[in-house]
Design a binder for this molecule. Structure first.
Ligand code: GLU
Length: 295
């Protein structure tokens, strides 16, 4: 029926589907990255939608230019295509700065002068990927902030309690979990701009998902906690809320998430040294990578 054809490219809110793969160029792709890219790509392709590529290269300490080309090569090798030239976050710092300015004008962020060691020593409780910030710099007077900002490198943190109060109750639609109530407060006053980078992952990803018109964020379950923060930032910045699809994450033989830092085998090695056929590999991943455990 013509009606069905019209509906094919639409997501549950009736918009044309747009997904993205948003790798950080800190190394070559491994199977876990490939799995995520394939799922996001296929989600769009199966619905006649668009698949976009975004290079998340705002971490100056870990990002390498040569990995950008490497990631594109790996994606092409897997047979994936994207519909627009990739955007690079390092070229979009003004946008993140503008978002930060809005939050600053609303009194929702504050400068933080603490070192990692200080935070680790006084952290309230370990949580997820790091300790919850104890709020030390939230209590500084305006005068002391101004004086220290002139002399000391500083990050910008969200005043989580205030932000949550301003935003009110929030939720998002998650393909695996259904309607999820956002509870960003559990993660404390997270960093939105770092001492060494003008934006954090949280701020940049939220701004860019909106800027690229992403309707469906397809990414690993390991980023589920981050979505609580992104949902809050969307509310504070007046941005649209995509649907989320947090897929299972591939684990290695010891039950650990595949990671560049953990030395997971790269697609390049599988191609150059193991002579793997990319079609067989993508089919294997599309079939749920059966020899891998998932979480
Ligand atoms: N850049 C992030 C990463 O490589 C992924 C961001 C996302 O999909 O939201 O882990």
């Amino acid at each position: 029926m013509p009606g069905e054809i019209l509906l094919q490219g639409k997501n549950r809110t009736g918009t044309r589907v747009i997904t993205r793969f948003a790798p950080s160029p800190t190394g070559r792709m491994h199977l876990g990255n490939a799995y995520s890219a394939l799922l996001a790509h296929d989600f769009a392709r199966q619905r006649g939608g668009k698949f976009l590529l975004r290079i998340e290269d705002i971490d100056p300490g870990r990002t390498r230019d040569e990995h950008v080309a490497g990631i594109e090569e790996d994606l092409r090798w897997l047979g994936l295509t994207w519909d627009e030239p990739p955007i690079l976050q390092s070229k979009r710092l003004d946008l993140y700065a503008a978002a930060l300015d809005r939050l600053r004008a609303a009194g929702l962020i504050y400068p933080c002068f603490c070192t990692r060691a200080e935070i680790a020593a006084s952290a309230l409780a370990p949580h997820g990927s790091g300790p919850v910030y104890p709020g030390t710099c939230r209590a500084l007077s305006e005068a002391s902030r101004v004086a220290r900002m002139a002399a000391t490198p500083h990050a910008w943190r969200i005043d989580m309690a205030r932000a949550v109060a301003v935003a009110g109750p929030l939720h998002w639609h998650d393909a695996t979990e259904g309607e999820v109530v956002a509870r960003p407060e559990a993660q404390g006053d997270v960093v939105l701009a770092r001492k060494d980078a003008p934006s954090s992952y949280h701020l940049a990803v939220t701004v860019d998902d909106a800027a690229q018109g992403i309707t469906d964020v397809v990414r690993g379950r390991d980023l589920f906690d981050a979505t609580h923060i992104h949902r809050l930032l969307q509310a504070l910045l007046g941005l649209p809320v995509p649907n989320y699809h947090h897929h299972a994450v591939l684990l290695d033989g010891e039950g650990r998430r595949l990671a560049k830092r953990g030395g997971a085998k790269t697609l390049k090695t599988m191609r150059d040294e193991d002579g793997l056929d990319p079609r067989a590999l993508s089919e294997y991943l599309r079939n749920g990578a059966r020899n891998f455990t998932t979480s």
